[in-house]
Design a protein around this ligand. Structure first.
Ligand code: HEM
Length: 401
C-alpha cells in the first residue's frame, strides 16, 4: 500500500482519523493486500456503496456466517426484505414504547443505583457495557442471571468480526462462541415455542410473512446478531457521547438545561465517533467508483468513520458541535439521516430507534441522578478498536447521592 497509512498498523489503531484524511485526499480507492479488500473513504463513495444495488452483502458469509450463522445482514433481495419485515415491527414506534420502554428504564436505573452513592465510577465498565445487553436479554425474555455469559459471547463475536489481521486465538474464540451460543439457545427457542410470552423471542418464533416463518436455527442466529449488533454498538455510543459531553462542559450544560438537545448530541456523536467504523460489501459486477474500478466479486470496505468527517460534506468536520447546521440532528434514525453511522439503504440499522430510545433514557437518568457529573481529575478518555471503536474507560466523579 506504499506511502498511505496501513490499516493494520498500531499507528492506525491509535488514530484512524488522520489516516482517513490521507486516504480521502491521496487514495480515495485503494486495495489492501492483507485484508484482501478495496477501501473507499469519501462521503459520496461510502454513501454510494450502501445505496447502490450494484453492491450486495453476499460475500459477508466469510465474515458473519462463521460466528452467527445465517442472519439478515448477509441476505439480499426478497429473502432479505421478508426476513427483515418479520422483525422490524418490534423495533418501531408503538411496540417499542409500550413493551420495551419500561425495560429500558429499569435497566438504566438499576445500573445507576449500583454506583450513585459512591462518588466515582467508570461509566464504560459500570454502565455502557452492561446497559444495552441487559436490555436485549430482557426484551428477548432470557434469563437475566446469564447476562455475563451473553456479554462474554458478544465481545468474542465482535472481536472475531474486527479481527482484520487474522489473529488465530481471536478466530478460535469466535468459532467456539458460535457453538456455545447454539448449545445454550436452541433448547431455549424450542421451549419458547410451547410457552409463548409477551417477549421478543415469542414474536420471533411465531412471526409469519407470506407464509414464511423462522426455523429454530434462524431464530438462534438472529438472537446472536441482536446481541452483537445491539450490544456492542449502543455500548460504544453511550460511552462516546458522555466522553464528548464531559470534555465539552458548555455543551453538556446546554443538554442538561434542554433535554430536547439529546437527539442532537446523539447524532453529532454518531457522526464524529461512529461505533461501527467500517462495513464490507461486494459488487456482483465490475463497478467504477472513486476514479477506479472494483472487479466483480471483490470485497470493498466502506469507511464510515472517514465519510462522517469528510470536509467536502461537513464544515470543521473534526470538531464536536451539537449545534452544527449541516447535520440533521432530529431524525438520526430515519433513512434520510445525514451521517452514515447506521449505514443507509436496505440494511439501514433496524435497531436505530431502539438505540436512540436507550440513549435518551440513559442520558436523562444519568443527568438527573448525578447533577455535578464530571471527568475524574486528569482523566483523558482513550479510544480502542478499529472495526468498532469507543472509549476503553470513562472515569467520572460526582457528589454521592
Ligand atoms: C444493521 C449500526 C444499534 C440491530 C446495522 C448497520 C450498522 C449499524 C452500520 C448496517 C450493517 C450492514 O449494512 O452490513 C448501529 C449503531 C447502533 C446500532 C451505530 C447504535 C448506536 C442497534 C440495536 C439493534 C441493532 C440497538 C437491535 C437490538 C441491527 C440489525 C441490523 C443492523 C438487526 C441488520 C439490518 C439488516 O441487515 O437489514 N446497524 N446499530 N442495531 N443493526 Fe444496528
Amino acid at each position: 500500500t506504499g506511502t498511505i497509512p496501513d490499516m493494520l498498523s498500531p499507528e492506525f489503531a491509535a488514530d484512524p482519523y488522520s489516516a482517513y484524511a490521507v486516504f480521502r485526499e491521496q487514495a480515495p480507492l485503494f486495495y489492501h493486500e492483507a485484508m484482501q479488500s478495496y477501501v473507499v473513504s469519501r462521503y459520496t463513495d461510502v454513501e454510494r456503496v450502501f445505496k447502490d444495488s450494484a453492491f450486495t452483502t453476499a460475500n459477508y458469509d466469510w465474515q458473519l456466517e462463521p460466528v452467527h450463522g445465517k442472519t439478515i445482514v448477509q441476505l439480499s433481495g426478497r429473502e432479505h426484505s421478508v426476513r427483515r419485515a418479520l422483525v422490524a415491527p418490534a423495533f418501531r414506534g408503538s411496540e417499542l414504547q409500550e413493551k420495551f420502554l419500561p425495560i429500558i428504564e429499569r435497566n438504566s436505573a438499576d445500573l445507576i443505583d449500583g454506583f450513585r452513592s459512591t462518588g466515582s465510577a467508570d461509566l464504560v465498565a459500570q454502565f455502557a457495557t452492561r446497559f444495552p445487553v441487559g436490555v436485549i436479554v430482557d426484551m428477548l425474555g432470557l434469563d437475566k442471571a446469564d447476562q455475563p455469559k451473553f456479554q462474554k459471547w458478544y465481545t468474542s463475536i465482535i472481536a472475531f468480526l474486527g479481527n482484520l489481521s487474522g489473529d488465530e486465538q481471536v478466530t478460535a474464540s469466535g468459532l467456539q462462541t458460535k457453538a456455545e451460543f447454539a448449545e445454550y439457545m436452541l433448547p431455549v427457542v424450542q421451549a419458547r415455542r410451547s410457552a409463548l410470552g409477551d417477549d421478543l423471542l415469542s414474536t420471533l418464533v411465531t412471526a409469519e410473512i407470506d407464509g414464511e416463518t423462522m426455523s429454530d436455527e434462524d431464530v438462534k442466529s438472529f438472537c446472536s446478531l441482536l446481541l452483537a449488533a445491539g450490544g456492542e454498538t449502543t455500548d460504544k455510543a453511550v460511552a462516546s457521547m458522555f466522553a464528548l459531553l464531559l470534555q465539552h462542559p458548555e455543551q453538556l450544560a446546554a443538554v442538561r438545561e434542554d433535554r430536547g438537545l439529546i437527539s442532537a448530541a446523539f447524532a453529532e456523536t454518531l457522526r464524529l465517533r461512529p461505533p461501527v467504523h467500517m462495513i464490507m460489501r461486494e459488487p456482483a459486477e465490475e463497478v467504477e467508483i472513486a476514479g477506479g474500478v472494483i472487479p466483480a466479486g471483490k470485497t470493498v470496505t466502506a469507511l464510515i468513520g472517514s465519510a462522517n468527517r469528510d470536509p467536502e460534506r461537513y464544515k470543521d468536520p473534526d470538531s464536536f458541535n451539537i449545534f452544527r447546521d449541516d447535520l440533521n440532528t432530529t431524525s438520526a434514525f430515519s433513512a434520510a439521516a445525514d451521517h452514515l453511522a447506521f449505514a443507509l439503504g436496505r440494511h439501514f440499522c433496524v435497531g436505530a430507534l431502539l438505540a436512540k430510545t436507550e440513549i435518551e433514557v440513559a442520558t436523562n437518568q444519568l443527568l438527573d441522578a448525578l447533577p455535578d457529573l464530571k471527568l475524574a481529575d486528569g482523566f483523558v478518555p482513550v479510544e480502542k478498536g478499529v472495526f468498532t471503536r469507543g472509549p476503553a474507560s470513562l472515569q467520572v466523579e460526582f457528589t454521592p447521592a
